[in-house]
Ligand binder design. Structure first.
Ligand SMILES: [Fe+2]
Ligand SMILES: [Fe+2]
Length: 338
């Protein structure tokens, strides 16, 4: 039910993040479209294909946010509602700049009939309530962040690398919101809801794996090891799941790994964690992008950190960081100690 003056605390962390987002807007007109692409033809085509799930994900995130905003309003969560309005605009911007990138490259993304799992992923995100969606969008944002971060670090002067650096600052805010919201919400959920959320992570990861298998030739052309890329992503999801209380001792629903040690999610996490130990997500392969030692690949053998999970993105200091206000907030400080 709409209210003339809903309850609103301007000092709430989400209200602060909302204002930060309002002051951090940019548009496709700020992108230097004359920057070099920095990719030979085969790798440029591979990029347009591998980027396709991310591109669809930007649109899926827009649709999801538009559906969740009324849910937040109905729950009286005004500051989260305001923040999500900026999230929606961020994803609209990402969609637009990627659309212009496709036009610049002169290639199309892969069609749904070629990779139907992209549609399955989109539909899975739309199931459930706002908590399901925020957990799913956190997983999606982690995937997108890892993808964009690789190019921002390895090709900082190239067109997509520059674009990625801008997008990453937006994604940092998105992750900060999702993590903080879930950190508040998950402890209130019954065990069966937590188990369902763990199952959702498993489904999404498995669907990502299926998408990767469809695009394996292209990821290899770019020099990515997709299996290890997903392994790193799984480790990040696991770290967030533990911190928000979905798994581990914080789960509060039976101990162990959330009281559900035999799920597909747990097995997948274990399998991918083993992969992380011995391989790098991005490797030097003949014909691939020249990913230097010390790039994003260097983190592959490093155990995932619990918090703040590199939320600071590319900012050199707290003064420049998009999520510094949230980091200083009491709720985040307690999350860091958890
Ligand atoms: Fe995005
Ligand atoms: Fe996002």
């Amino acid at each position: 039910m709409i209210r003339v003056q809903p309850a609103y605390d301007p000092e709430d962390p989400f209200a602060r993040l909302f204002r930060k987002a309002v002051g951090s807007q940019w548009s496709a007109d700020d992108v230097d479209w004359e920057a070099p692409l920095g990719l030979p033809q085969r790798q440029a085509v591979a990029l347009t294909r591998v980027l396709s799930p991310v591109y669809l994900g930007e649109q899926s995130a827009m649709y999801g946010a538009s559906a969740v905003i009324p849910q937040l309003a109905a729950a009286g969560q005004t500051s989260a509602q305001l923040y999500l309005a900026t999230f929606l605009l961020d994803e609209a911007r990402h969609f637009e700049v990627l659309t212009q990138l496709y036009q610049r490259l002169g290639h199309h993304p892969v069609a749904l009939r070629e990779v139907p799992e992209m549609l399955r992923y989109h539909h899975r995100l739309r199931q459930g309530d706002r908590i399901d969606w925020i957990w799913g969008i956190l997983i999606s944002d982690l995937f997108a962040r890892q993808f964009y971060q690789a190019f921002a670090k390895v090709q900082p002067a190239a067109l997509f690398g520059r674009m990625s650096a801008r997008v990453l600052l937006d994604e940092s805010r998105h992750q900060a919101f999702s993590h903080t919201y879930l950190k508040r919400a998950v402890p209130t959920l019954p065990p069966e809801r937590r188990q369902a959320l763990r199952g959702m992570a498993s489904e999404l990861l498995q669907t990502m794996g299926a998408i990767h298998r469809r695009l394996r030739d292209d990821t290899e052309a770019l020099g990515f090891d997709g299996d290890v890329f997903l392994g790193e992503l799984s480790a990040q999801i696991e770290a967030h799941a533990r911190s928000i209380g979905l798994t581990g001792s914080g789960g509060g629903d039976g101990g162990g790994d959330g009281g559900d040690p035999g799920t597909g999610a747990d097995r997948a996490h274990a399998d991918w964690a083993r992969l992380i130990a011995g391989k790098r997500a991005i490797s030097r392969r003949s014909g691939g992008v020249a990913w230097p030692t010390g790039s994003m690949a260097a983190s592959a053998s490093t155990p995932a950190r619990r918090f703040p999970f590199d939320l600071h993105g590319l900012a050199a200091s707290c003064q420049q960081c998009a999520v510094a206000l949230l980091c200083r907030a009491r709720v985040t400080q307690s999350a860091a100690r958890a």
